[in-house]
Design a protein around this ligand. Structure first.
Ligand code: F6R
Length: 611
């Protein structure tokens, strides 16, 4: 939530910062701003998107080789010009941007107000900034020292970047609980919430850790802990190409990412799965093979779409590995004093690797002795680093705010983990494992075939784009897919949608069914098929409009449906890797038909770094 960018070096900072903000807009987009430094410290900020900021800055002095920029997802104070970052301190000498939440800001504000401070915004950021400035002035100390002192009083999460009017080419940054990457160039440094703003200039990066402070100048990067001890920056090489973060001819990132899935699933399986040898290689997981096989319980922890991947994996793990699985919302798990028994294994699932609730949940569980395995997309992210071991999903950068390719990559990794454990424990026969490995290997091609025939899905989207509500139903592994379909639709199109286990419909939601309600069944040919067909009949009997995702050539299901979206035949354990794809497309086309900004849906942000 919130994107932050910084630059200091030999280039003009403004274009670098603006371009960087556009790459980070997926993290928040209700207002944006920049602070630039050269002779004078200037701040420009505007409610709306980065493009609105650019318009606002036309004709203004945008010179300067050092700058910071921010794109906001509001927490304290409504989206407005005055709440936009950067904020200027009351002395006018410091400018700051912030990603995160200062939880004790009210107390700090009270103390500052008693000292005569007045505030121009409603933000916690302006409070922290003036708190730092107050310490600096009172103690006549350096900004770096003032930040160190101030942060010892702060509770909450933050990445902060500051410019000081007295130090034109220096950016000071600090982090706790929100991500910060520093790109190292020749005579220049870049700062960002992720690596995308610096990708076209450098591939050498340093991931800043919690409780670290960075003093960044064109030729120098000094990293310290809050105890003022110097640390050696660990420079890593990025393995991402610029094309991966551009639209590449698609109208939206979401559409590009849906269409990338044959490739991303293939990349995820590549080098790990060899059906011809009945072999799965997951080195991270194998380090903990003994503990996983001995576990009485696996707890999957995640939020949103990643939670749906966990819920799907519950079916797969219990069936294949005969281990009890619990799937937890990270936000509930972290606060309820959960029981962690010796030998419990936790699988944390996250695209961004920065989701605050998931991060704290695993931190707590780790402190209680659980083994943490991460299924994470972003390499080097906080959740990946907090985990004992894990397997990256290798889906590449996901920029559309609604998660698509990350979900299928998560399912692919989780399926491989389940099959590996089943192999080690001997809970599935070698023959059954071989069938499933062959099925997994065939998934990219089958997804390709779904994507080759989008016309029927577009037609359904046109037909139902004005519906007020949708119901999504499924059973078994297709139940979490129904939840995911409903989530995708509400995010992208703002249509109210609910997902339910198909049988649960009779216990309440059936009251909603009338001739205006589209009901999407995820109804592929599996062991529940006959039952799902009966559920379809029940909806039809009440004049509901049945739209269904069915297995190709399933005439019985087709005859019970007003409209169908077809997927190739597949073992039911892995069917979600296929059935989710038409639902992603349906949401996308409905969102576009309704004129919604599908890549940046209202009120959302890609990386939820506040709890
Ligand atoms: C939905 C979506 C969110 C995320 C959730 C968890 O399309 O993107 O529900 O899945 O915020 O995010 P990660 O996976 O980054 O932990």
């Amino acid at each position: 939530m919130c994107g932050i960018v910084g630059y200091t070096g030999h280039r003009d900072a403004y274009p670098v910062v603006i371009k960087g903000l556009k790459r980070l807009e997926y993290r928040g987009y209700d207002s944006a701003g920049v602070a630039l430094h050269e002779k004078t410290l200037r701040v420009y900020k505007k409610m709306g998107k980065v493009a609105d900021l650019e318009e606002h800055a036309v004709g203004k002095d945008i010179s300067g080789k050092t700058g910071i920029g921010h794109t906001r997802w509001a927490t304290h104070g409504e989206p407005s010009d005055r709440n936009a970052h950067p904020h200027l301190s009351s002395s006018g000498k410091l400018a700051m941007i912030h990603n995160g939440i200062i939880e004790n800001y009210a107390q700090l504000k009270k103390e500052l107000t008693q000292k005569g401070y007045e505030f121009k915004s409603d933000t916690d950021t302006e409070v922290l900034l003036n708190f730092i400035d107050e310490i600096k002035q009172n103690n006549s100390c350096s900004l770096e020292e003032a930040i160190r002192v101030a942060l010892k009083r702060v509770t909450g999460a933050y990445v902060i970047l500051l410019l000081d009017a007295e130090n034109p080419d220096t950016i000071i940054a600090a982090r706790k609980g929100s991500p910060l990457v520093i790109g190292v160039g020749k005579g220049e440094h870049f700062l960002g919430s992720d690596a995308s703003p610096m990708l076209e200039y450098t591939k050498e990066v340093v991931y800043v850790n919690d409780y670290e402070l960075a003093i960044v100048k064109p030729d120098e990067l000094i990293l310290k802990n809050l105890g003022n001890e110097k640390l050696t920056p660990y420079v890593q090489k990025l393995d991402i190409e610029l094309a991966a973060i551009e639209k590449g001819g698609y109208d939206h990132f979401m559409l590009k990412e849906i269409f990338e899935q044959p490739r991303t699933i293939y990349d995820c399986l590549r080098g790990r799965l060899d059906a011809s040898k009945n072999k799965i290689t997951l080195s991270g997981i194998e380090q903990y093979a003994k503990e996983i096989c001995a576990a009485n319980r696996i707890i999957m922890i995640a939020c949103g779409t990643s939670w749906h991947a966990g819920l799907t994996a519950e079916y797969i793990f219990e069936e294949c590995c005969r281990i009890n699985v619990e799937v937890e919302y990270a936000s509930e798990f972290r606060y309820r004093n959960p029981i962690i028994n010796p030998g419990d294994v936790i699988i944390a699932i996250s695209q961004s690797g920065e989701t605050a609730d998931t991060l704290v949940a695993i931190e707590n569980a780790k402190a209680k002795g659980a083994i943490i395995l991460g299924v994470v997309n972003v390499v080097g992210s906080s959740i990946a680093r907090m985990s004992h071991a894990g397997a990256y999903t290798h889906a590449g950068p996901e920029i559309g705010v609604a998660s698509t390719k990350a979900f299928t990559a998560q399912l692919a990794v989780l399926s491989m983990i389940a099959l590996k454990i089943a192999q080690l424990k001997g809970t599935l026969s070698a023959e059954r494992i071989n069938t499933l490995l062959n099925e997994l290997e065939a998934i990219p091609e089958k997804v390709e075939s779904i994507l080759a025939n989008t016309e029927p899905i577009k037609k359904i989207a046109q037909q139902y784009a004005t519906a007020r509500d949708f119901l999504y139903l499924g059973r078994g592994t297709n139940f979490p897919v129904a939840l995911e379909g409903a989530l995708k639709l509400k995010e992208i199109s703002y249509i109210h949608a609910e997902g339910y286990p198909a049988a649960e419909m009779k216990h309440g939601p059936i009251a909603l069914v009338d001739e205006n309600l589209p009901v999407v069944f995820v109804a592929t040919k599996d062991s529940y098929h006959e039952k799902v067909l009966s559920n379809m009949q029940e909806i039809r009997a009440r004049k509901g409009k049945v739209i269904s995702v069915i297995t190709e050539e399933d005439e019985t299901a087709a005859n019970l449906s007003e409209s169908v979206m077809q997927v190739p035949p597949c073992d039911e354990m892995l069917a979600p890797l296929l059935t989710v794809v038409p639902l992603q497309l349906l949401s996308y086309y409905i969102g576009v038909a309704r004129g919604c900004d599908v890549d940046k849906p209202r009120n959302l942000a890609k990386s939820v770094t506040v709890e």
